[in-house]
Ligand binder design. Structure first.
Ligand SMILES: Cc1cc2nc3c(=O)[nH]c(=O)nc-3n(C[C@H](O)[C@H](O)[C@H](O)COP(=O)(O)O)c2cc1C
Length: 198
């Protein structure tokens, strides 16, 4: 199939679009939508968010070294967009989007109650790279919605209808089409019925 070359740019999509909540030294709570985020490694659990220094949230997170990554869902799509196009310098995004504040358990920042997963983070390092500075952070607590847990304690994030961001658009995720390791997993053989048995 023919391909067209584009000038170098970031085209790694889809990505999560998370809402990062933080609390300024004066007690002011804010939310910023972030797509440049991800896992750095598993043990200790390390994550990152890349933030432009001109963002209002940048100063807050730089000063306090604490924030919460709130995962997003189909129901939160309007708030995701709003928190990504309006600044906390001008308005209270919790109030404008009718989002419920919950106190984080380890860090001093609000969590968004409507989000199914709130990941509490402490900054370990700030890498002043290019257009964005990368906050490397340790995950210090994870809060998950108990309603998404089945009777065996298995967590079903997909039931929350997670939202993804892809090249300018927001999408809901579809149905599961495989699971980790399924391509090599041995299929359970169906027992053949023997004649004369029921
Ligand atoms: C889908 C989406 C993803 C975004 N991702 C980032 C990001 O990764 N880093 C960043 O600095 N800004 C990102 N932004 C822009 C900020 O969210 C936006 O400038 C916001 O208004 C900043 O809020 P604040 O001034 O209250 O901090 C994104 C915006 C949208 C809509």
């Amino acid at each position: 199939m023919a391909k067209v070359s584009w000038k170098p740019g970031n085209m790694i999509y889809p990505l999560p679009a998370v809402m990062v909540s933080c609390r300024g030294g004066d007690g002011e709570d804010n939310i910023i939508t972030i797509a440049w985020t991800g896992t750095i490694y598993t043990n200790p659990p390390m994550t990152y968010i890349s933030v432009r220094p001109e963002r209002h949230s940048y100063q807050i997170i730089k000063e306090t070294g604490e924030f919460v990554i709130n995962l997003t869902t189909k129901n939160l799509v309007k708030a995701v967009d709003f928190c990504g196009v309006r600044s906390g310098r001008d308005l209270d995004k919790f109030q404008q989007m009718n989002l419920t504040k919950e106190e984080a358990k380890v860090v001093n920042a609000p969590m968004i109650a409507e989000s199914p997963v709130n990941i509490e983070c402490k900054v370990t390092e700030v890498k002043e790279l290019g257009s964005h500075h990368m906050f490397l952070a340790e995950v210090v607590n994870v809060n998950v919605e108990d309603g998404l847990m089945d009777e065996n304690g298995k967590f079903h994030l997909s039931k929350s209808n997670p939202l993804v961001y892809s090249h300018g658009g927001y999408y809901e995720t579809g149905k599961e089409i495989g699971s980790f390791g399924y391509s090599v997993r041995k299929k359970k053989r169906k027992k053949k019925k023997r004649k004369g048995t029921s």
